[in-house]
Design a protein around this ligand. Structure first.
Ligand code: NAD
Length: 247
């Protein structure tokens, strides 16, 4: 994979999957723009990979519109999780999650497509989740947002095809990141059980492979989607879930 001369914008690049994607794309030669609300974390990642850090809150849609438009690879990755039963789900948190995880990816897609169309090449990778295709209780906002992102990704694929742009979702189950650490703690509180039980009995109950996925495994596939053999993969949602959705 050679992305020399390509610019890649990765949101949520300061941590977890986003960080691994930024590192992998930079290793392939791309100039990486590491975007994160946590500017310090973005700077740390950018310094490590020779990229550029941009501190931006994706909930601020004006700030999203002001991000660089001339990018060849867009990884919509930033996300957050709030766990609560529907009857108690805070409406402001529901709205925030839709803004960061659906509206911001829409704005970014809209922002970068003209440049990709001009170059006749572009790769958009939307980091979805198994929750883009199935649901779990207590995750109303997250499940709704990921299902929305799936729709955006497919429309992008249909419109982008004639311009050499592919768009796909990558759908991990549980990846070992700070977000999952928080989820484990939240679910333990909601269910009144120990954190080890959350991992074994709830998170990995449905998985055939009873292990958390590593961020690098997701990043490797994101990079593959930017490679020449993947040029025919578009409008797809690729499960990286250890068989979580196989039954
Ligand atoms: P993480 O919490 O480790 O990293 C998320 C990053 O996004 C953080 O650096 C955070 O600062 C940034 N971010 C959050 N809100 C932001 C905002 N408003 N503006 C800009 N940046 C913001 O999480 P992660 O586990 O690496 O998750 C990354 C993506 O992968 C998310 O979309 C998540 O839904 C998805 N995902 C994660 C898992 C998993 O098990 N970890 C599974 C499936 C999908």
């Amino acid at each position: 994979l050679d992305l020399t001369g390509r610019t890649a914008l990765v949101t949520g690049a300061g941590s977890g999957i986003g960080r691994a994607c930024a590192e992998r794309l930079a290793a392939a030669g791309a100039e990486v723009l590491a975007v994160d609300i946590d500017e310090r974390a973005a700077k740390e990642v950018a310094a490590a990979i020779g990229g550029r850090a941009i501190g931006a809150d994706l909930a601020d849609l004006d700030a999203v519109d002001a991000l660089p438009a001339a990018v060849d690879v867009l990884v919509n990755n930033a996300g957050l999780q709030v766990v609560a039963p529907l009857t108690e789900f805070p409406p402001d948190k529901f709205a925030l999650i839709q803004r960061v995880m659906v509206e911001a990816p829409f704005r970014l897609t809209r922002l970068v497509l003209p440049h990709m169309y001009d170059r006749g090449w572009g790769r958009i990778v939307n980091i979805s989740s198994v929750h883009g295709v199935v649901a779990s209780p207590y995750k109303a906002a997250y499940v709704t947002a990921k299902h929305g992102l799936e729709g955006l990704s497919k429309v992008t694929a249909l419109e982008g095809a004639e311009h050499g742009v592919t768009a796909n979702c990558v759908n991990p189950a549980f990846v070992r990141t700070p977000l999952v650490d928080k989820q484990i703690a939240d679910q333990a509180a909601v269910n009144g059980i120990a954190e080890t039980e959350v991992v074994e009995k709830i998170m990995l109950k449905r998985a055939a492979i009873k292990k958390l996925i590593e961020p690098e495994q997701v990043a490797e596939f994101v990079a593959y989607l930017c490679s020449p053999p993947a040029s025919f993969i578009t409008g797809s949602s690729i499960m990286i879930d250890g068989g979580w959705t196989a039954h």
